[in-house]
Design a protein around this ligand. Structure first.
Ligand code: HEC
Ligand code: HEC
Ligand code: HEC
Length: 394
């Protein structure tokens, strides 16, 4: 079946009478979320804040002067899968080539066919604004030697076709680990894949089948609904994940979303969330009072939420080891993802002006340790750090 499809695609490519399969390539753009980083028109200019400084994404439209108009198909495949742009320029892994390296040649070829049809835009970008010494590109040689072992996705014959498709998407084009896998001090993946990671004031949760911090209590359908619409009975995407849902996962077809669910549900449970907090009676008492005044109107005294407000009881986002995402949510407020299937994102008000660091810490400790939730306490210092990060605009 696969060979027949490939043969058909090849015939289509080589026959000038037939339109090239740009739809297939457009789908790869959605799978890889190219627009999330390179902008809706792919002309770049999107600022990425990394622990090593700022990067601004390059223009990848076919413009000859400022884009990738002079690329050949081989140049493109090399940039995507080896992280090497024409002229031997070593790319930084802020471009997720360590994940894209797992994409099949057929998918890269389809993507390239589509990239040629994108409208050329003139936009010259100063990409590398990293701090010294990270701004020295040759350093990436050492990084690649230490941390990058390019390997195309290898089928696991012991698992179902859906599992393999899910693993291919999660580790490849979907680059879920770019956010959900924690990084070593050099920004490379640690071996604890998909067990959750802090990023820029957010926490990308544990995606393993762990009952406490992970997706253990989610059904496959719950995962599909979340990736399609940015919400379900357990959780609501708001920060970086809301963008990933809008640009990428909401555009994936049902079969692919189901495959991702099959794969995630089969990931062995991580070590769990480190247990609850002790010695927090004072914080719990103050938190309960403040919660009733500030939060219960929407999230309910029982923490169960309602049709339009997410529950806090049993919500994995609330129970992660690190509380960055929910501290940020309470200080800055948020807006749920807006997708084709669920167009209006609901809003969560900002409480930065109303709650002191210690009041916010009390409320958060309370919601993390009430209604059956268990997670470490939140300190006023943590809230203070995130408050100043938000002020300085990162
Ligand atoms: C998480 C952000 C991110 C995503 C997602 C992303 N890119 Fe990139 N991309 C970057 C950054 C940052 C650079 C610049 C890296 C550098 O110069 O070292 C880059 C560089 C590139 C380059 C090399 C341009 C040059 O300098 O010649 C190409 C080609 C490219 N990206 C294509 C894509 C495609 C196609 C996709 C979607 C499948 C994609 N990128 C998704 C961040 C991203
Ligand atoms: C740009 C970073 C980023 C990428 C890429 C990303 N995620 Fe997320 N994800 C997050 C963050 C941060 C959260 C939690 C907070 C939020 O943004 O709503 C999250 C939340 C989730 C949740 C909800 C978990 C819970 O316990 O509430 C699921 C499921 C999820 N992501 C799956 C995926 C999958 C599958 C992929 C790849 C197709 C992916 N994510 C790619 C950052 C990311
Ligand atoms: C006016 C209604 C309203 C009030 C008051 C409110 N929230 Fe929310 N909250 C929301 C909505 C709507 C969302 C989902 C929107 C989003 O994720 O951006 C949300 C999301 C959250 C989340 C993230 C849940 C998830 O799954 O990502 C947390 C945590 C949270 N609220 C805590 C609080 C706390 C603590 C208070 C009191 C200090 C509070 N909220 C007050 C409406 C409210």
């Amino acid at each position: 079946m696969k060979q027949i499809l490939l043969a058909a695609a090849f015939a289509a490519l080589s026959s000038s009478a037939m339109a090239p399969p740009t739809d297939a390539g457009k789908y790869q753009v959605a799978l890889g979320d190219c627009e999330g980083c390179h902008g809706k028109n792919l002309a770049g200019g999107v600022v990425l804040t990394t622990p090593f400084g700022r990067m601004v994404t390059p223009n990848i439209t076919p413009d000859k002067d400022t884009g990738i108009g002079n690329y050949t198909a081989e140049d493109f495949a090399r940039a995507m899968k080896a992280g090497i742009a024409p002229g031997g320029k070593l790319l930084y892994p802020a471009m997720p080539y360590p994940s894209y390296a797992r994409m099949s040649d057929a998918d890269i070829a389809a993507l390239w066919t589509y990239m040629r049809t994108v409208k050329p835009v003139k936009n010259s970008v100063n990409v590398n604004q990293l701090k010294f010494p990270f701004n020295l590109r040759f350093m990436m040689r050492g990084w690649n030697m230490l941390f990058f072992a390019p390997a195309p996705y290898a089928n696991n014959p012991a698992k179902s076709a859906a599992w393999n498709r899910g693993a291919y998407l999660v580790s490849g084009a979907g680059h879920c680990g770019a956010c959900h896998t924690s990084k070593n001090p050099f920004g490379a993946d640690k071996s604890t894949a998909l067990t959750g990671a802090a990023l820029l004031g957010w926490f990308a949760p544990d995606l393993t089948s762990d009952q406490g911090a992970g997706l253990g209590s989610w059904s496959n359908a719950d995962i599909v609904t979340y990736l399609q619409t940015g919400r379900n009975n357990h959780s609501l995407a708001s920060g970086p994940m809301a963008e990933a849902v809008e640009n990428s996962t909401s555009k994936m077809n049902d079969a692919d979303l189901k495959a991702i669910a099959v794969y995630l549900k089969d990931l062995p449970a991580s070590r769990g969330n480190g247990g609850g907090a002790t010695g927090i009676e004072a914080q719990m008492k103050s938190g309960a009072n403040l919660y009733d005044i500030s939060c219960a109107a929407c999230h309910g005294r029982d923490g169960k939420g309602s049709l339009i407000f997410p529950p806090l009881a049993g919500n994995p986002t609330v129970r992660q080891v690190r509380a960055d995402s929910i501290v940020r949510m309470v200080l800055a407020g948020g807006r749920g993802a807006s997708t084709a299937k669920a167009p209006t994102g609901q809003g969560m008000p900002s409480f930065a002006w109303r709650l002191s660091d210690s009041q916010a810490a009390d409320i958060l400790t309370y919601i993390r340790n009430n209604w059956g939730n268990r997670a470490p306490a939140v300190s006023p210092e943590t809230v203070g750090h995130i408050r100043s990060a938000l002020r300085s605009g990162s």
